[in-house]
Design a protein around this ligand. Structure first.
Ligand SMILES: [Zn+2]
Ligand SMILES: [Zn+2]
Length: 143
């Protein structure tokens, strides 16, 4: 069953079927600066995502392998999308906070836990993975 969500102002809306009913938090420096804290998101393949108001999406190529999207009217953080070729290409990590029912996407892991600011910590019993461990699992030098 598809899930729905929108940005703060409603100019961008989506219907999406996440790969799994779970969310993941990233504490890396790029996500911290981009969101102001951390990025918590659910993975959605390109084919399982439909936008309304796509003309209101701005994108920033934050690296050679991904871009980040936001609403150009209200500034809401929307997604991190893999642009590099490979099996992950086109996967959107849609921000948890956009979903109408965020409780349906419980937190399953945290990555770059070693970069988390001391000001906050997430509750729960789930894997907490360092940046080095994350890079090793992907077999690549990227975040
Ligand atoms: Zn908006
Ligand atoms: Zn990150």
């Amino acid at each position: 069953m598809a899930m729905h969500g929108s940005c703060l102002c409603g100019a961008v809306r989506f219907e999406a079927e996440p790969q799994e009913r779970a969310s993941h938090a990233c504490h890396c420096e790029m996500c911290r600066r981009w969101t102001g804290a951390m990025f918590i998101a659910a993975a959605v393949p390109e084919a399982a995502l439909r936008w309304q108001g796509r003309e209101n999406i701005g994108t920033y190529p934050s690296s050679d392998w991904a871009e980040r999207g936001w609403c150009t009217r209200c500034g809401s953080t929307l997604f991190y999308r893999v642009t590099a070729e490979g099996e992950m290409q086109g996967v959107h990590f849609l921000a948890l906070g956009l979903f109408d029912e965020p409780d349906a996407l419980p937190l399953a892991s945290e990555i770059f836990i070693d970069a988390r600011p001391a000001a906050y910590a997430l509750a729960g019993d789930h894997p907490r993975i360092t940046g080095a461990e994350h890079r090793a699992m992907l077999g690549i030098d990227r975040n």
